[in-house]
Design a protein around this ligand. Sequence first.
Ligand code: UDP
Ligand code: MG
Length: 135
Amino acid sequence: MSEAEQTLSIIKPDAVERNLEKEIKTIFEKSGLKIINSKKIHLSKEEAADFYKVHQTKPFYDRLCSYLSSGPIIAMILEGSNAIKKNRELMGATDPLKAAPNTIRKLYGVSIDKNSVHGSDSPENAAAEIKFFFK
Ligand code: UDP
Ligand code: MG
């Protein structure tokens, strides 16, 4: 038995632009994750850089921050048993080409950068990322 846990999910600009909000939210809800808060927001590049600061040494950092701030996104708090792991499973591998069948990234991802969703990867990052969008 495990306690309800919370994680942060983001529907990235490529998926918002293609009107995939409903489809993606349905995937979460059908697998038992409750969407307890949701907001549409357009980050500045500085805010995106702050959000993704764990990746600041990576070669793709600048492109990643430009991309996340290129259009509106939908930030959500998902809640449920093992929410962090469950969300990562529903998302699939970072590269849509390597993602398992029926994962969000396999279904909707366009490329490794335009991969439609973000999900927290640990309890520490989930808490920090939830605070970033919903304080
Ligand atoms: N990313 C990229 N190129 C790479 C690796 C990652 O553009 O070679 C982007 C991709 O959009 C990914 C994000 O950077 O979702 C964060 O990378 P991370 O390794 O944390 O992947 P995730 O946790 O999103 O699966
Ligand atoms: Mg990550």
